[in-house]
Design a protein. Structure first.
Length: 265
């Protein structure tokens, strides 16, 4: 019988999106809990003003860093679509940061408390396809499959992903478990930064206590918006409503009521 005192803990964070104020608050909370291992599920840049500083901080603090869709798209030298905001965010990156982001691994597999865990950013086959929390059964089962992106190997029992900025937890009768980490820097619905703590026996193939917990960390979002405004960041109105209100900026552009969490019924 494994005692709780012997359990290992890993902090999972994602979708910081240049919000250094939120990231530092979350890292302080992780440190206060004595958690030393941090895995990042991607989207370090874009949307917020300080992508360069976020990349530097995550390279220093995160043991595992995974590719996100913004990390792949924004610094792509062959990207044809552009606008003032994308140009601004790209210019915020430091030397070599774009190459580092695009070289990040697609996924990360490990074992904890007898469960095979796989982490990736958005879906099992690409960082550019989103699986919302109200997905169907085929999308749920697809998350557990091996693809050209994930590579071969034992299929996972537990999948953790990010991208939607919308945390949730789901399991089925086969003990398959899916969870979404939500977002540190740009969470939808409740805009309070959120991260996940996994607790169990690392690298063990034997069943043992295992938990997935979500942590909300309040921070000074007004200070973050002051930084964005002082830096002259484009799309500031959209950033304000996302950081302050948890409303997706795409709804504002389309003149819609917020619908980020669910497909139209």
């Amino acid at each position: 019988m494994t005692s709780a005192a012997a359990l290992d803990r890993i902090a999972l964070l994602s979708d910081v999106h240049g919000n250094l104020t939120a990231l530092d608050a979350v890292l302080a909370d992780i440190d206060a809990r004595g958690i030393e291992r941090i895995f990042n599920l991607g989207d370090y840049v874009g949307k917020g003003p300080r992508g360069r500083e976020v990349v530097d901080r995550c390279r220093q603090r995160c043991e595992v860093n995974i590719l996100g869709n913004w990390d792949d798209f924004l610094p792509d030298p062959d990207r044809t679509f552009d606008n003032d905001a994308l140009t601004w965010w790209l210019h915020q990156l430091g030397p070599g940061q774009g190459e580092w982001l695009r070289s990040l691994p697609f996924s990360h597999d490990f074992t904890m408390s007898g469960r095979r865990i796989r982490l990736f950013h958005a879906s099992e086959d690409t960082v550019h396809r989103r699986v919302r929390f109200d997905h169907d059964e085929a999308e749920f089962l697809g998350l557990f499959t091996n693809t050209a992106a994930t590579g071969d190997g034992p299929v996972p029992d537990v999948v953790g992903y990010a991208d939607t900025h919308d945390p949730y937890y789901e399991t089925d009768r086969e003990r398959r478990t899916v969870f979404n980490t939500g977002s540190v820097g740009n969470c939808m619905g409740d805009p309070t930064p959120v991260y996940v703590i996994l607790e169990g026996v690392m690298d063990s193939t034997e069943d043992a206590p295992f938990s997935i917990s979500f942590v909300r960390v309040p921070y000074d979002w007004e200070a973050e918006l002051e930084v964005a405004a002082a830096m002259g960041m484009p799309e500031l109105e959209g950033y304000v409503v996302e950081v302050r209100d948890g409303i997706y900026r795409g709804n504002l552009k389309a003149g819609e009521a917020p619908d980020y969490h669910r497909r139209p019924r």
